[in-house]
Design a binder for this molecule. Structure first.
Ligand code: ADP
Ligand code: ADP
Length: 237
């Protein structure tokens, strides 16, 4: 069974102004992401990528269709049940979304505190994560003292903290220069290989998908217009 599965999923937003038509952000999406793969979702701005992420992460509900994550139905589920589904998904973002008033260590510790782990457990886990992302010497620095690439490594460590099965990377390298992008992509590849985490990469950058993903879905106008192995999809004329 696929780790993430969407069946005939549509999402319509009400019109922004009276008299305008509703916005069909997603239309009849069918998608299966398997355990252990790196799956890319690519499309221009407005294609529906962020909406898709919010549905998988159970931050919003679909208008129709079914979504399952790790064998559990996400659509039409009460809010209190969604919390544990969200804990199984780590997120990283274009603007890193770090807490600027917290040190690197406390940023990474945050989800573990929310999950109610003990101080000793948290300290040990954070040390392990700092080593994994190569930032042991920056543990007591604040985000503003870090480069963009270092900030995203903190973001990755925080996303991995609660040992999720899935990592959603939403334009995670779009604010980084090419060299730093390669560093971050290498780290994501290691998370996939060494930790077995399934990664979903959302981006408008074809190079990111080519470098990282094995399969890809191409989105346009709220639909998946093409889907398959990266090599095949991008070699089509
Ligand atoms: P992408 O992430 O690919 O840029 P989005 O999922 O953000 O695409 O947007 C898809 C479409 O849905 C766009 O037309 C956008 O304007 C619309 N949309 C996204 N979020 C909302 C919202 N909260 N309310 C109304 N319309 C939205
Ligand atoms: P609550 O569920 O009590 O409203 P929050 O909105 O603070 O809690 O956080 C909800 C989830 O989002 C938490 O699991 C937390 O780890 C995550 N979260 C909150 N703020 C951020 C952030 N800036 N970046 C990444 N994840 C965050």
């Amino acid at each position: 069974m696929a780790l993430i599965s969407l069946h005939n999923v549509s999402k319509t937003y009400p019109p922004a102004r009276k008299g305008e038509p509703p916005v069909a952000a997603l239309q009849e999406i069918n998608l299966e992401i398997e355990v252990g793969e790196i799956f890319g979702i690519i499309g221009y701005s407005g294609a529906g990528k962020s909406t898709l992420v919010r549905l998988i992460n159970a931050l919003e509900s679909s208008t129709s269709g079914t979504i399952t994550v790790d064998g559990r139905q996400v659509s039409g589920v009460p809010e209190r049940k969604l919390k544990s589904i969200r804990l199984g998904i780590g997120m990283i973002f274009q603007q890193f979304n770090l807490f600027n008033s917290k040190t690197v260590r406390n940023n990474i510790a945050y989800p573990l505190r929310v999950a109610g782990q003990s101080k000793a457990e948290i300290a040990a886990r954070v040390d392990e994560l700092l080593a994994f992302v190569g930032l042991t010497d920056k543990a007591d620095s604040y985000p503003e003292q870090l480069s963009g690439g270092q900030k995203q490594r903190v973001g990755i460590a925080r996303a991995l903290a609660a040992a999720p099965k899935i990592l959603l990377a939403d334009e995670a390298t779009s604010a980084l220069d090419p060299e730093t992008t390669h560093e971050v992509l290498a780290l994501l590849r290691r998370a996939n290989r060494e930790l077995g985490i399934t990664i979903v990469v959302i981006t408008h950058e074809m190079d990111v998908i080519k470098n990282l993903a094995t399969r890809v879905a191409v989105m346009d106008g709220g639909r998946i217009v093409e889907q398959g192995d990266v090599f095949e999809v991008f070699s089509n004329p």
